[in-house]
Design a protein around this ligand. Structure first.
Ligand SMILES: Nc1nc2c(ncn2[C@@H]2O[C@H](COP(=O)(O)OP(=O)(O)OP(=O)(O)O)[C@@H](O)[C@H]2O)c(=O)[nH]1
Length: 292
């Protein structure tokens, strides 16, 4: 039995079962290693998308750093076995300046680098994260940090941008019109989630304040809005505003859809409203899609 020195880390590791590495027969230098991914023959099909997802990576959204989640991929030709996946992260790193800026220009740069380094025709990315921004209360104008979830999706090929999508999920207040109508007092209300995925015209000029525009039209059509800081005077305002503007999930989705159709940089959209019902254990939802 080997006498182990438990005062050293090496000794403790062996004591707990670690073994020495073997000499091995396979090459250790990169030039001598098999490169399976790059092997060429007829692999039966081309592949639409191959890459990585569920990647957590720092992002900058607006004025703040945030935690991003990414999916990045390229197409793959029929005569190639695989892609060199390490180049995906290398491409993302080229735009890392205290996080990757979540906007179409920066993501476009990442995709151009990726497409070139990977020698593939198409490249695509979806980057999502929480966008933080200051939001003042409706009466006292006291500002606190609010947030909405945003998603930028881009797909390019040798001819330029193929697909450009902008997603957002915002939280709102909805007050039930039926409950208001039938009850002697009060009306049940709840926190609602409005989720939109916009198909953006690649040729149109995307306004600088597109996030703000989108957030505003998602929440302004609801019964009332959510605020970080509310004093009593503010609380009275939002309570009464909700009572004055009752909305079913059906009302909300139609009112938002009207505003979205009016945006000239939007080609189409998928929209969902979901209420976490305060009088049920289940939720209520409405969903629609629209192409101009
Ligand atoms: N294609 C492919 N790669 C995978 C898969 N699973 C893991 N990998 C990756 O294989 C990568 C290593 O391969 P490459 O990126 O091709 O490394 P390399 O050939 O030394 O890189 P280059 O010098 O850029 O050619 C690692 O980043 C792994 O994440 C898979 O299912 N398919």
């Amino acid at each position: 039995m080997e006498q182990l020195d438990l005062t050293t880390r090496e000794g403790r590791f062996k004591h707990f079962g670690s073994v020495d590495p073997i000499e091995g027969k396979k090459p250790k230098e990169k030039e001598c290693m098999a490169d399976l991914q790059s092997s060429k023959k007829d692999f039966l099909f081309e592949v639409d998308s191959v890459g990585i997802n569920n990647l957590s990576y720092p992002v900058v959204i607006g004025d703040y750093q945030s935690v991003g989640t990414f999916e990045l991929a390229t197409s793959l030709r029929r005569d190639e076995k695989g892609i060199n996946m390490s180049r995906i992260l290398e491409s993302l790193e080229t735009e890392n300046e205290g996080g990757v800026s979540l906007d179409f220009t920066t993501l476009g740069n990442v995709l151009e680098t990726l497409r070139t380094r990977m020698h593939q025709e198409e490249a695509e990315v979806t980057g999502a994260g929480k966008w933080y921004f200051p939001k003042p209360s409706p009466g006292t104008r006291l500002s606190g940090m609010a947030h909405a979830d945003v998603e930028y999706a881009l797909k390019i090929d040798g001819n330029g941008v193929q697909q450009k999508k902008l997603g957002m999920t915002a939280m709102v207040t909805t007050l039930c019109p039926c409950s208001k109508e039938i009850s002697e007092y009060s009306a049940h209300n709840q926190r609602g989630y409005v989720k939109v995925l916009l198909d953006i015209d690649p040729d149109a000029e995307l306004p600088e304040d597109h996030k703000e525009q989108l957030y505003q039209l998602l929440e302004i059509n609801a019964s009332s809005q959510l605020y970080p800081i509310l004093k009593r005077t503010d609380e009275k305002m939002v309570t009464e505003r909700a009572y004055e503007n009752p909305r079913f999930v059906e009302d909300l989705i139609r009112l938002i859809a009207y505003d979205l159709v009016e945006l000239d940089w939007v080609k189409g959209f998928e929209l969902e409203c979901r209420n976490e019902e305060s009088i049920h254990q289940h939720d209520a939802f409405s969903r629609m899609s629209y192409q101009k």
